[in-house]
Design a protein around this ligand. Structure first.
Ligand code: HEM
Length: 480
């Protein structure tokens, strides 16, 4: 692939993702203001906004990690630019279809679409249900082709064992060394491909029921399992793509030796690959018809999937920065804060994934609290670090950012303040997905208003960073 076309496609992705991100943050702030009784949305309007916000965020931060590894993998393997262009076109068309279904058709069943609600209780334009599901088909096809394409390219250079870094598990120095970027990309791409294949099955079953005119009805428990296998897995694997970029870039921008694949790095990421696929069972703890054994698998897998990867990554980053003279640029600052957000959100997730706690926290605002922490203050920052670094590549110099401390302070205060309001409300049993809180939840509106204020501070930080990235991305189109 020509370096120039790779740069142009990457710059286009960044502009599309950041524009959608800023719009989706504004939707989030409006929802919090509505929950705080500071701004009035109709109930269907709130839920249509929530559906659009949730799915747009999941979509853009899944592809952001793909954009990062797509660019960085070219250091090790050949990557045809057509894969990324194909996914870009499908993502834009899929997002436009989704927004039309939610804002014009008022489809508002949430991003996990609460089967069988969209098929049996249609509280929006009739055409919006199939349009919503077809938008998922378009998004899924684009990403499936892209992720399979990237995996095939990896396997053209590395055998499957090498891509999983199994040769690093023995004591002997391996002949072929697997870079961490290859290992983590392989593990995450396999998870993403499996989650998308499950999405294909899920959508086929949904369409079969929808077009059967009542002759065919799915099993609700099976559908819920499929929805959460897809949703939980894709959201988590996307975060690992952001980590792949961190392993590749953080030592480089800190002027430290590259991270290597050691036996414990290889072991941790292989564990993650296996266990992440069964951790989704923790979404079904309150479904009492689910076999008890699967609930126990859900709790154990939640621990085994997250702790090894978090442990080795935190250890590697600690060794990188501890007592070393680091040149802090916005890139490694964002990676570093992202690790903090990922770990804090991860602890919040494990608290909720522990069955005895889930009895109290299930479907409270604790759930958005933990996933917003490892997304808004974790994966988003890993990907922003990549965007910032690559934009500097386009402009030809890794210059120091203007007002770096101000941007960092706004991001920290706004981001952690915003999620803290979700945690406090969750600990106080305030339910999630309520457009307006019942009078019994006395402190909930105030926490929502404060959440909106902090989210606005976060938005200002994101806007300042985006303006800088945008100015540099434009250069990717003009440079020869
Ligand atoms: C400052 C930025 C953000 C704000 C203000 C915001 C706000 C919100 C609000 C108010 C809700 C509804 C919570 C409820 O009452 O249940 C929500 C849900 C959600 N948000 Fe965010 N959010 C932000 C960033 C993100 C990011 C970065 C992601 C990335 C994945 C994300 C993904 C989601 C998802 C998946 C839902 C659930 C939607 C559903 O239940 O169908 N948000 N967000």
């Amino acid at each position: 692939m020509s370096a120039q076309s790779l740069k142009k496609t990457t710059a286009t992705w960044i502009i599309v993702i950041m524009t959608l991100f800023i719009t989706a943050i504004i939707f989030g702030i409006l929802m919090r203001l509505n929950q705080g009784n500071d701004y009035k949305m109709s109930s269907p309007g709130f839920y249509a906004t929530m559906t659009t916000h949730g799915l747009t965020m999941i979509a853009i931060w899944s592809v952001a990690g793909m954009v990062a590894i797509n660019y960085l993998l070219t250091r090790y393997i050949k990557v045809p630019n057509s894969l990324s262009v194909f996914a870009l076109v499908f993502t834009v068309i899929g997002a436009a279809m989704l927004w039309y279904a939610t804002f014009v058709g008022q489809f508002h069943a949430g991003w996990t679409f609460l089967y069988p609600l969209p098929l049996v209780k249609i509280a929006w334009a009739k055409w919006a249900t199939p349009l919503f599901f077809f938008s998922l088909v378009v998004l899924g096809v684009g990403w499936l082709v892209w992720s399979v394409g990237l995996l095939v390219q990896i396997l053209k250079k590395y055998s499957l064992k090498q891509a999983f870094a199994w040769q690093h598990l023995s004591k002997k120095e391996p002949e072929v060394k697997t870079p961490p970027l290859i290992l983590i990309s392989t593990v995450s791409l396999i998870g993403i491909i499996l989650s998308l294949i499950v999405a294909v099955i899920l959508l086929a079953l949904t369409f079969a029921e929808y077009y059967s005119g009542g002759a065919f009805v799915n099993d609700s428990l099976l559908m819920k399992n499929l929805i959460y296998f897809f949703g939980h897995t894709i959201a988590n694997e996307s975060l690992y793509l952001g980590l792949a970029a961190l392993y590749e870039l953080m030592p480089e921008v800190s002027s430290r030796p590259k991270f290597k694949t050691t036996w414990y790095v290889a072991l941790a990421w292989n564990c993650t690959m296996v266990f992440i696929l069964t951790a989704f069972f923790h979404h079904l703890y309150m479904d009492f018809v689910q076999p008890l054994g699967l609930q126990m698998v859900g709790q154990l897998a939640s621990y085994f999937a997250s702790l090894p990867a978090a442990g080795v990554t935190a250890f590697s980053v600690f060794v990188l920065v501890f007592r070393n003279h680091i040149k802090w640029s916005l890139t490694n600052v964002l990676f570093f804060i992202g690790i903090m957000g990922w770990l804090i959100g991860g602890v919040g997730a494990l608290i909720d994934a522990t069955i005895s706690n889930n009895v109290a926290l299930h479907n409270t605002l604790w759930v958005p609290a933990h996933f917003h922490t490892y997304n808004a203050m974790g994966n988003v920052l890993f990907c922003l670090a990549f965007f910032y670094w690559v934009a500097n590549e386009f402009s030809g110099s890794q210059t120091k950012t203007k007002a770096q401390q101000l941007k960092t302070a706004l991001l920290l205060i706004g981001g952690f303040g915003f999620v803290l309001m979700f945690y406090l409300a969750g600990a106080d049993s305030v339910p999630r997905r309520f457009s307006n809180y019942p009078a019994e939840f006395k402190s909930a509106p105030l926490m929502a208003t404060l959440g909106a204020v902090f989210a606005t501070i976060y938005l200002i930080a994101i806007l300042l960073i985006f303006i800088e990235i945008l100015r540099k991305c434009v250069k990717a189109f003009s440079a020869s």
